[in-house]
Design a binder for this molecule. Sequence first.
Ligand code: AMP
Ligand code: MG
Length: 420
Amino acid sequence: MINPRTNSSLMPFQDALQAIQSNNQCLVETEDIPVYKALSRILAEDIISTINVPPADNSAMDGYALNTADWRPNQPLKVSQRIPAGTAPQPLEVNTCARIFTGAEIPAGADCVIMQENAIEQANDIEQENDIEKKSGTEKNSQVVFTQEPKPQNNIRPQGQDIRQGDVVFHKGQKILPQHIGMLANVGITDIRVYKKLKVGILTTGDELIPPGTPLQKGQIYNSNGPMLCTLIEQWGHKVEAYKHVIDDYDSTVTALTNMTRVCDFVLSCGGVSVGEEDHIKEVIEKNGTFALWKVAMKPGKPLLHAKLFNTPFLGLPGNPSSTLVTSHFFAKLALAISAGQKVSAPTGFPILAGFERNSTLKRDEFLRVNLEGDVATPHSQQSSGALHAACTCDGYLHIPANTKIEKGKPFTYFPFYCF
Ligand code: AMP
Ligand code: MG
């Protein structure tokens, strides 16, 4: 446990990430919901398929199903049946082929499909004098010469190719994306068990802050982090259960936070987390909770407080808007996801080359807001932690480790904003 009064050292960024990951557990119960409402929810059960997908061998092409043993060069085969998708085929007669369409079931006795581009259809006059069935574009009882030697399994999508009966389709802890909803439908599932949404409380602090809608008086600025945090929480799939702003006053702060811990699974605060006399968050935790993490060696974002407040997990985010954003992206997102039941790890980023150089070094890990051109990053000219606009016009963060010079062409880890 950390005592913030005696511990003034900064925790390395990677250690802080590790601490966030190890200090959290799933905090929510489960509920059953229809699949179509499950976007961004977290699975609370393994999904096991009761069927094969596809359920039967089917054709990957419009063409002709046949048995490779019946094929001879330049020898026509009679078309003995027509199999559109959605129909049940008859077993294939020996020495014949079946007209078949994409997605239609392969008849028993056929072992390949030849695409129609490699087939020449010939009318069969004798057969056509009899009662033959004609369908638009394709004629049963016509005959076909194939210009390509077929191989077994050609153009057949085998039963269970995608998922086999009994397979685990998704594991508990999976966050549901649109493709998961498609896959759940694919295996015939209508309802799933998910975790209830994590209830998050957000407290913003500061005498100078007012909500947009009233003209600014001298000394005031608009509260931008409150709306930004509410939106992040919703974007990540959680519920903003409580949102409040307080002035820089201990009693107001402790009352608001105490009330939030009664109705929320997780509480976030913004601002007031530093060491000034107007910063009261730390004192609230000192008197009512336990610290897990305090101050991270990163820029923007140094003051960051991770704690339990009356047993409710709590993250105190710094107030400068860029610091709020970067600590939310790396720490709040991860902590909340784990608390919401998601199996998740910290984003890893990927290498991108610096398109610039800098000889001076910093003692903290730095997260520059950069734009990409190809695989080269250029920093925004305004990197102040108080300035938010760079994060709106840039593509992501370039992570410069502590004590590292930046040389042109040197690779650094890049985190696109879309991964948050
Ligand atoms: P603090 O940590 O409270 O000293 O805040 C650091 C800086 O961030 C100050 O310039 C505050 O005015 C600013 N700030 C704090 N909270 C917010 C907020 N919710 N919206 C915009 N700026 C904020
Ligand atoms: Mg403040």
